[in-house]
Design a protein around this ligand. Structure first.
Ligand SMILES: [Zn+2]
Length: 266
């Protein structure tokens, strides 16, 4: 299996709220990026195909890519889904279930600042259209800083929220902010998830961990040349690689901030 770019997007919009703007690409840039993926000869495959290959199942086509979208921004429904459907491209959408609105009403609550988010009716429609829905916690907390009971509520609770709404099993999870630890990954596996995606900014590979799949984050300022390199299979390391000491030190710092009630904003 050649290294696989698993792209992570958040919002696709010309008019994002300021807090999400650095993580937002314009619809024009998004279309150009889809063109680059296709022109590079890659087949966009569902995340579940990558997971199956990582677990020893059917191999993937020689050159492929995966599209993922985090948080549950409403522009997935109005902008992204039509563009992907037009090209018959699969994608996985990870929802922060506490940010998803009851139609015509409010959400149960999350740590994400205000932004137009999906409602549960739109989520059901996207499910019916064939997009894979995954969980992204209930409140978007930094899971590796939480005590065990809150961690379980975020992980198992978000799965229950989605399964109640969709009426079928949900197997995919994405760590908010990309943060996980061995304890978080054990909790995700125990909750019944078959895969979890991180950020890492690396290509996934046959040796990647299905509970810590590497993704490449596409941001507002990602240069076209950089995206082209990723589409060509260059310009980023290949996962897995051992957790860097600095990552561990950063986690300790975030845990202290979190215990003081001042989590690090991302
Ligand atoms: Zn997120």
């Amino acid at each position: 299996m050649t290294p696989v770019p698993v792209f992570i997007y958040h919002s696709v919009s010309d008019d994002p709220e300021p807090w999400i703007a650095p993580y937002t690409v314009s619809p024009k840039a998004f279309v150009e990026q889809l063109d680059r993926i296709e022109a590079s000869g890659r087949t966009v495959v569902p995340l579940r195909s990558l997971v199956a290959a990582l677990r020893g199942g059917p191999p993937l086509p020689d050159r492929c890519a995966v599209l993922t979208f985090d948080d549950g921004h409403e522009d997935f429904y109005w902008t992204v889904a039509p563009l992907l459907t037009e090209r018959d491209l699969p994608a996985t959408l990870y929802l922060t279930t506490g940010a998803i609105r009851v139609p015509g009403g409010r959400a149960s609550g999350s740590m994400l600042p205000e932004a137009p988010m999906l409602n549960w009716r739109q989520v059901s429609t996207l499910d019916a259209l064939g997009f894979e829905l995954g969980a992204h916690s209930r409140t978007h907390a930094q899971l590796d800083t939480l005590p065990a009971r809150r961690l379980a509520d975020e992980v198992k609770g978000s799965r229950a929220d989605l399964e109640d709404a969709l009426g079928h099993h949900v197997r995919a999870f994405a760590y908010p902010h990309g943060y996980s630890s061995a304890a978080v990954r054990r909790c995700v596996a125990a909750a019944g998830f078959g895969s979890a995606t991180a950020v890492v900014n690396a290509f996934s590979s046959a040796q990647d961990d299905p509970l810590r799949i590497a993704r490449l984050m596409v941001m507002a300022d990602t240069p076209a040349e950089r995206f082209q390199q990723w589409a060509d299979g260059r310009g980023a390391p290949v996962a897995p690689f051992p957790e860097h000491l600095r990552t561990r030190a950063w986690r300790v710092y975030r845990r202290v901030r979190s215990s003081l009630g001042r989590p690090v904003a991302c």
